[in-house]
Structure formats: C-alpha cells, structure tokens
Write a protein that binds this ligand. Structure first.
Ligand SMILES: Nc1ncnc2c1ncn2[C@@H]1O[C@H](COP(=O)(O)OP(=O)(O)OP(=O)(O)O)[C@@H](O)[C@H]1O
Length: 215
C-alpha cells in the first residue's frame, strides 16, 4: 500500500489555504504536519480523509496486487478534534455503529469491541452512556474506533488533546503497532506519538496581505 498526495490545493470559503502539496507514504511510514495555528493542517488532513473536496490534485492509494488506484478516503480512519460519538448512546452502541459503518478494508483484522476497550485500558465501562464519561475517557474510546475497523491509513488531528501522560504513552504504542503492521499515519500533533522516523511537512498557510488604510 502506498499513499500518494499529488499536487493538492484546497480552499476554505474564498481563501486558498494551500497549493501544490505532494508527498508519498509507503506502508509503515508516517508524516507529521507542523505549522502555526490556522496554517492549514486540519484542512489538509480533511482533504486526504475525503471530508473536504480539494480545489485541485488528488490523494490516492496504490494497493499491492491491484491494478489502478483508489481514493485515499476508502482506506482512511479520521480522528479529528471531535470524538464522533453520540452522548446518549452507550459506548458499546457507539462502537458497534462504527464497526459496522466503517467495515474492514485492506489486509489485517480489526479487534472485537471488548478487545479494543481493553487496548485503551477501559474494559468494563462499555455499558455506560458515552456522555457520562470524562473527557479523557471519551477520547480513549474515540481512539478505540481506530481498532474496531481495520483501515490502513490513520489520519489524526491533535489526537492526544485531553489525555493524561499514561494515555499518551498508550496511544503512542497503538500508533507504533499500527505502523509495524504496515499502517500509514498522518498527524497534526505536538506530541512524539510513536512517529519515529516520520517525514515532516510544514504548512505555511496563505499569505496575509496588508490592509489598505481607511481613507
Ligand atoms: N469552515 C471554514 N470556512 C472558512 N474558513 C475556514 C473554515 N475552517 C477553517 N477555515 C480557515 O482555514 C484556515 C486553515 O484552518 P485549519 O483549521 O486547517 O488550520 P490548522 O493549521 O489546523 O490550525 P490549528 O493549529 O489552529 O488547528 C484558517 O485560516 C481558518 O480560519
């Protein structure tokens, strides 16, 4: 599996946020996005995940043994700033929904919901409504979503916000394990996050132009 971002440009509202971004990631490789607030990190991650249409270019996957290419979104997990869970449903119901909705793609097997809960150190509270959990517990279960459906590309936007240092390490291990089994990881993060040897890409954002003084 290879992920290729080819000359991507994206617009938010009227503004071009970035142009001509290209990179290639092979199985097991990772990319860390850096850059100041508002420089376009989340926008690029959302474009690759297929949640925003690019203005130009494409993000595609080359799958070993398959002819042709497929959109990167078909192989991607996206963990954004929000957890993507319904507060009124139990943790189990939320994860059941995601397991069924996302399904497995590529080689490799997903974990059962019980095993995913254990992997994020929260076995035993699957029956609780998601809204009852602490912010850190909610984030851990959002991470468990990455495990209940097998998708080779993990797209992570500040994934460890709200986590304590123990949970940071737990997530680092999950990222390392994912990469060892051939997974690809893209992240906007200020934490080390198991991203050893990762490529980095500094987002510059669009240029601010000086405003004309008022007459
Ligand atoms: N829905 C939107 N409509 C219009 N402009 C937007 C929208 N979302 C983001 N932007 C603008 O796009 C630019 C890039 O935002 P983005 O969230 O990609 O940056 P970021 O590098 O991830 O920032 P941060 O580090 O603060 O999370 C910013 O100038 C932001 O104001």
């Amino acid at each position: 599996m290879r992920l290729v971002a080819d000359a991507l440009s994206a617009r938010r509202g009227e503004d071009l946020i970035f142009t001509n971004i290209s990179f290639t990631l092979a199985a097991g490789e990772a990319l860390v996005l850096t850059g100041r607030n508002g420089s376009g990190k989340s926008t690029l991650l959302r474009v690759i995940a297929g949640l925003l249409l690019p203005e130009a270019g494409e993000a595609r996957c080359h799958v070993v043994g398959e002819e042709g290419v497929r959109p990167a979104r078909e192989f991607s997990h996206y963990l954004g700033h929000r957890n993507g869970m319904k507060r009124e449903l139990t943790v189990l119901e939320n994860l059941q929904f995601w397991k069924q909705y996302l399904g497995d793609v590529g080689q490799g097997l997903s974990l059962s919901i019980q095993d995913a809960a254990s992997a994020v150190d929260l076995a035993g509270i699957l029956h609780l409504p998601y809204g009852y959990l602490s912010a850190g517990q909610q984030r851990r279960f959002a991470m468990a979503r990455l495990l209940v459906a097998n998708r080779p590309i993990w797209i992570l936007d500040e994934p460890t916000a709200a986590l304590d240092s123990r949970a940071d390490r737990m997530f680092e291990d999950l990222v390392r394990q994912h990469r060892r089994s051939g997974g690809i990881v893209l992240a906007a993060t200020h934490q080390p996050l198991g991203m050893e040897g990762a490529q980095t890409l500094e987002m510059k954002g669009f240029e601010f132009h000086d405003l004309e003084p008022l007459a």
